[in-house]
Ligand binder design. Structure first.
Ligand code: APR
Length: 227
């Protein structure tokens, strides 16, 4: 029976691919106000500003590549059962080859009807504009979980973490709930490893590897496979 590795990732795992994190010095929330671009009220108040914010991030995603951390986690599937629970909206885990990815905060490459949330469409790296409508005639919006909105995938994620034989936490400041609360669900005695060059408030019994994802994750995966 293959051991089950559950990986909780955040923006830091995509930093070395060239995508901004949120709360680092040059982070997105240093340049934009959350209430202007990442809430339902913002979309109602100024939909063009919100659509442009995500159009810019979607265009950038087309021009970047997965890094060694994403690739190492994909390779781990050869010897382990791997579930990736990501807060990221980029598609870099999938493009690196990971096959079991849960996006807690949505996906940049998908859009959905603002009037009928079950109508979700693949959009790839294309822009969406005011006036782009779903098949039932309501405005398309990014398929992103905005602040104040429900996190539909959290129930599924909360069922998976207790099944982990190893929990790996990479590139997240663990400041946003309910995602951050997932680390509390791991079974007693299950090893928890945090890979992050910065300070992360996390479980007291976690092993912290103060390295970048691109360096730390391949090393961690190699050691796990070597047993
Ligand atoms: N390798 C690993 N970790 C890194 C790297 C790197 N090269 N560079 C930065 N980090 C770490 C930072 O030290 C920090 O702990 O990545 C983390 C980034 O934290 P945040 O910017 O807060 O990103 P994240 O935790 O993913 O944010 C959670 O907040 O704004 C919302 O919905 C958004 O999903 C996002 C959520």
């Amino acid at each position: 029976m293959k051991e089950h590795v559950v990986v909780l990732t955040g923006a830091g795992i995509s930093a070395e691919s060239g995508l901004s994190t949120f709360r680092d010095a040059d982070g997105l929330w240093e340049r934009y106000a959350i209430e202007d671009v990442a809430t339902p009220e913002a979309f109602a108040r100024n939909p063009e500003l919100v659509l442009d914010f995500y159009n810019q991030r979607r265009r950038q995603l087309k021009d970047v590549e997965p890094n060694a951390a994403h690739r190492a986690l994909a390779q781990l599937e050869r010897t382990h059962r791997v579930t990736i629970i990501t807060q990221n909206v980029d598609d870099l885990h999938e493009r690196a080859g990971s096959t079991n990815v849960i996006h807690l905060h949505g996906e940049l490459t998908r859009v959905r009807s603002s009037g009928h949330p079950h109508l979700v469409y693949e959009r790839g790296y294309e822009d969406i504009y005011l006036g782009d409508m779903c098949e039932l005639g309501t405005q398309l919006r990014p398929h992103i979980v905005w602040f104040g909105e429900a996190v539909p995938m959290i129930e599924q994620a909360a069922e998976i973490v207790p099944l982990a034989d190893h929990l790996l936490v990479v590139g997240t400041s663990l400041q946003v709930y309910p995602a951050a609360g997932l680390v509390e669900l791991v079974d007693v005695g299950v090893p928890v490893t945090v890979i992050d060059p910065g300070e992360v408030q996390t479980l007291s019994h976690a092993r912290v590897i103060r390295e970048s994802a691109g360096t730390g994750v391949p090393r961690w995966v190699e050691a796990l496979i070597a047993g």
